[in-house]
Design a protein around this ligand. Structure first.
Ligand code: ATP
Length: 199
């Protein structure tokens, strides 16, 4: 599995559609300061589900939408799509290519699609989490993050390692299962009470 295409439109400095094609192996993006290199990486983080504007070097999520320039008015919508080559079926979808899209309108309305079909963020998190790709799995190491990791306190380092190792996903599932068990206990108690009342 590898990242094959990234398509960016209305996102940060990319008013028009920009398509980036990747090949297996190392890809280097070069360009002058302020030309949008980091915005490409932000687009990738965003389409993979980044939720905090700070993760995207913005103060609010709406800031990811093209804000206009001296030559162009602002746009109302940002859309990013990413396509993974899945010929080795690393992702548990029987398709040789898997594409994920995310869009956001200024109104705040947003949507995710998996191969053009609307889906929930949690579906994508589960799908990508299986192969260690996701918003919190240190797929993207930003400038300064290496320093943060080197200087992290033991507890913080543990969180980082657990995320990188994919343990966090299992903890999240365990917490969800425990919550469900509490709900089921409550339901059972209600049923027992109803049974007692009927006797
Ligand atoms: P450097 O080499 O200095 O790190 P870079 O190539 O990584 O630069 P980016 O940080 O990706 O550059 O891009 C910065 C540019 O993106 C700035 O010109 C900024 O005005 C523009 N930009 C950021 N958000 C938006 C937005 N919402 N609308 C329009 N332009 C934006």
């Amino acid at each position: 599995m590898y990242l094959k295409y990234l398509s960016i439109r209305g996102f940060k400095s990319f008013a028009d559609t920009a398509k980036v094609k990747f090949s297996p192996g190392l890809t280097v993006i070069v360009g002058p300061n302020g030309s949008g290199k980091s915005n490409v990486v932000d687009a990738l983080a965003w389409v993979l589900g980044a939720q905090g504007p700070k993760q995207l070097r913005s103060s609010k999520m709406e800031d990811v939408i093209f804000a206009g320039s001296s030559k162009r008015p602002p746009l109302g919508r940002a859309e990013v799509s990413v396509t993974f080559d899945n010929s080795d079926e690393s992702l548990s979808v029987p398709l040789s290519e898997v594409s994920i899209s995310r869009s956001l309108y200024r109104s705040g309305e947003s949507s995710y699609k998996l191969n053009e079909v609307a889906c929930r963020l949690s579906d994508l998190v589960d799908l990508l989490g299986e192969v260690g790709v996701g918003k919190s799995q240190h797929l993207i190491i930003s400038q300064g993050e290496v320093d943060d990791i080197v200087n992290a306190k033991a507890d913080d380092l543990r969180v980082i390692i657990e995320e990188a190792a994919g343990i966090t996903r299992h903890k999240r599932r365990r917490d969800q299962a425990l919550k469900r068990l509490v709900e089921v206990d409550g339901d059972l108690e209600d049923i027992s009470k109803m049974e007692r009342d009927l006797k």
